[in-house]
Design a protein around this ligand. Sequence first.
Ligand SMILES: C[S@@+](CC[C@H](N)C(=O)[O-])C[C@H]1O[C@@H](n2cnc3c(N)ncnc32)[C@H](O)[C@@H]1O
Length: 288
Amino acid sequence: MEPRQVVDFYDRHPINEGQILDALARRGKDLSALTPEDLFDLDQDHYGGLQAVDALARLGGVGQNSRVLDLCCGLGGPARFLASRFGCRVAGVDLTHSRCASAARLTRLVGLSGRVSFVGGDAVRLPFKAGSFTACLSQEAFLHVPDKAGALAECARVLIPGGRLAFTDWVAGPKLSPGERRRLSEWMATAGVENFDGYRRLLSRVGFGAIEAEDLSDWWRRILRERLQMYRRLEAETVARFGQARYEEYDQLYAFFVGLVEASKLGGGRFSATLACPQMASTSKLHY
Ligand SMILES: C[S@@+](CC[C@H](N)C(=O)[O-])C[C@H]1O[C@@H](n2cnc3c(N)ncnc32)[C@H](O)[C@@H]1O
């Protein structure tokens, strides 16, 4: 997977800054007096909204004094939520320049720039010194990263010893075929979908212990069905912004995607782990 394909996918993504600002204007919001809460139902590009970010924050041990890395931060929705809910500092990193620029503008609009910052960068070469963060969180992004071991090793490098990593991602079921993997890659820039055991092995290999994994597939299946319906309700708006061909291309992608989830060929996973200190024994648990 070329980084260019990922960037192209997110440059044309239907959840974007323009769409958020339009929605706020339709609600009659004064753009010069926005609060973080005004954005929260519009700026989260993952499954489960704030509930999902809150669950990761809990697993990441996030509190007021935390220094949090939001890896593959998108439009910065989770980063702003963490800073406003917990009062912590958050740095967001994303490969897609337009996402970082939008994240920074939206963050300025809600007055959080003092605590939340964004920088462009690749998950496998993070622009931070070793031991910069107490917690690293990420949502639905590693599926785009070809070198998942490299990205997880970078999380280990930038965390303090004992620091917490918590992330969600798509996971492959045993029946996901090579053809379906190829189609996912062509249509939504996936670089390889890992499975539960694969993630546990990778986390352990790069120095994490206390590894836990939770299967979110039932929850995500329900959300995905609703998202497809919502996307179809927003047809006129999406066609006006991106054209009929793009609307239909994305609609087909979604229907294909929902079909894989309905057939349990794709599912959701939530993982958490602690960066091992030299004296820590490694343990792992898996909940299905
Ligand atoms: C589904 S979006 C999730 C955004 C955000 N985490 C959220 O929940 O709102 C995935 C994001 O991962 C970013 N991404 C993909 N590959 C990346 C990489 N190698 N390094 C950094 N960011 C990457 C994309 O640009 C995109 O913004």
